[in-house]
Design a protein around this ligand. Structure first.
Ligand SMILES: Cc1cc2nc3c(=O)[nH]c(=O)nc-3n(C[C@H](O)[C@H](O)[C@H](O)COP(=O)(O)OP(=O)(O)OC[C@H]3O[C@@H](n4cnc5c(N)ncnc54)[C@H](O)[C@@H]3O)c2cc1C
Length: 375
């Protein structure tokens, strides 16, 4: 059975080779996930340097990047089936995920040839871990109000400030940081992007323990951190446009649909499918799962209109919350014990917060796609 048929959707030109690739990724993902305590949210909290190297050895990092940039030159559909399978199985892809999903594409679009030569090879080789230093204590949804500042001193930028909720910061080698470089410009016009070496003097990382007991995200304090001038990416004071593009890579992918797919599949056999209400819920979830896949695929095959990732992210992450809720109701009182289901129930509110909250994304849909008058 082809991967497309198995998921109940059109195949978008998928052929036998693509189905074989998906099957291979599923087996690799299953084997790797079996070694992990948790299979849920593996693209965010499943860190493994070892598995990063395995992904690289299989040519599964930078898969779609141009060959002349060190990438695999393969099709977006190939990358889609590989990561759909890996993340659905719960494979620990987090160490390389941010770089593969958005930092690499950002460097390809905005980086200088020297920057691309410097950072892309290690990403493709699976030897570098990255984090994203965007949010601050008083600047989450409203990125334009961030206060971390970078001041130019000769060939160096000196950075002072604090980031928060920085996923993977404790194990990252590099941080893709946004800082204010022109304090006199309008808020959204004075921001620039830097690649910062996480071993630089002046950086202190403090992990934050979340409601599930996990500590994947962190506070990052920057006190006089020196960043070489050639680490500024793209246009000085031009971050706002760049970051909006980066967020599209972050929001519209398959990771937003299948974070807890493995949990759902593991819990499903325990559901009472003779109960009419349970059958209704399963049909609704499976129905949306197929629609969500098509939403992601529309982006993957390059046929989505601008802003589509906001629609995909809101719809698919609300679906992930319904999956958590369903798993909780299947387990009943057992979901009050510490187990994968209760952990996912505690974690589920995060789905519609990280990467831009549902309220902010609906605002974007209203303003930019529907042309509604601004509130
Ligand atoms: C698991 C997880 C991982 C994360 N990882 C990272 C990371 O790696 N790097 C990083 O930089 N950040 C990360 N974040 C931070 C995330 O991007 C922010 O939490 C998010 O953008 C919201 O910002 P905030 O928490 O400051 O909430 P706020 O912006 O303070 O919002 C609070 C509430 O007010 C609502 N709200 C705010 N403004 C409006 C408005 N104009 N209209 C309607 N409603 C509004 C929001 O929807 C929300 O419900 C992560 C967050 C989570 C939960």
């Amino acid at each position: 059975m082809s991967a497309a048929t198995r998921h109940g959707g059109p195949d978008f030109g998928a052929d036998a080779a693509l189905a074989e690739l998906a099957d291979e990724a599923r087996l690799v993902g299953r084997a790797a996930a079996a070694e992990c305590d948790l299979q849920e949210d593996s693209w965010l909290i499943g860190t493994s340097r070892e598995f990063s190297l395995e992904l690289a050895a299989r040519g599964w990092l930078g898969m779609t990047w141009p060959v002349e940039e060190g990438g695999g030159g393969r099709s977006p559909l190939e990358r889609f089936v590989v990561f759909e399978a890996l993340i659905s199985e719960g494979a620990p892809v987090a160490t390389s995920w941010f770089a593969d999903r958005q930092i690499g594409p950002t460097l390809l679009q905005y980086g200088t040839p020297g920057q691309r030569r410097r950072w892309l090879p290690d990403i493709v080789a699976g030897t570098s871990g990255w984090c994203i230093g965007m949010s601050e204590p008083d600047a989450g949804s409203d990125v334009a109000s961030l206060r971390t500042r970078a001041e130019r001193h000769g060939d160096t930028w000196v950075v002072h400030g604090q980031k928060v909720w920085t996923s993977g910061a404790a194990s990252a080698d590099w941080c893709y940081l946004i800082a204010r470089t022109d304090p006199d410009a309008p808020p959204h016009a004075g921001l620039s992007e830097f690649v910062v070496d996480m071993r630089s003097p002046g950086i202190e990382v403090r992990p934050i323990v979340d409601a599930t007991g996990n500590a994947h995200f962190c506070e990052v304090h920057l006190d006089g951190v020196e960043v070489p001038a050639d680490c500024l990416v793209g246009t000085e004071n031009g971050s706002f446009k760049q970051v909006m593009r980066q967020m599209e890579h972050e929001r519209g992918g398959i990771d937003r649909l299948v974070s807890n797919r493995r949990l759902y599949l593991d819990v499903l056999p325990a559901a009472d499918t003779t109960d009419l209400r349970v059958r209704q819920r399963i049909a609704a979830l499976e129905g949306f799962y197929r629609v969500g896949r098509l939403m992601v695929l529309r982006e993957v095959v390059g046929q989505a209109p601008p802003g589509w990732s906001a629609i995909t992210k809101t719809a698919c992450t609300e679906f992930e919350q319904r999956v958590a809720d369903f798993c909780g109701s299947v387990l009943g009182a057992e979901a009050l014990l510490a187990n994968r289901v209760s952990r996912n129930l505690c974690y589920a509110p995060a789905y519609t917060i990280m990467g831009g909250t549902t309220q902010i994304l609906r605002d974007i849909i209203g303003n930019r796609m529907l042309g509604l008058p601004r509130a």
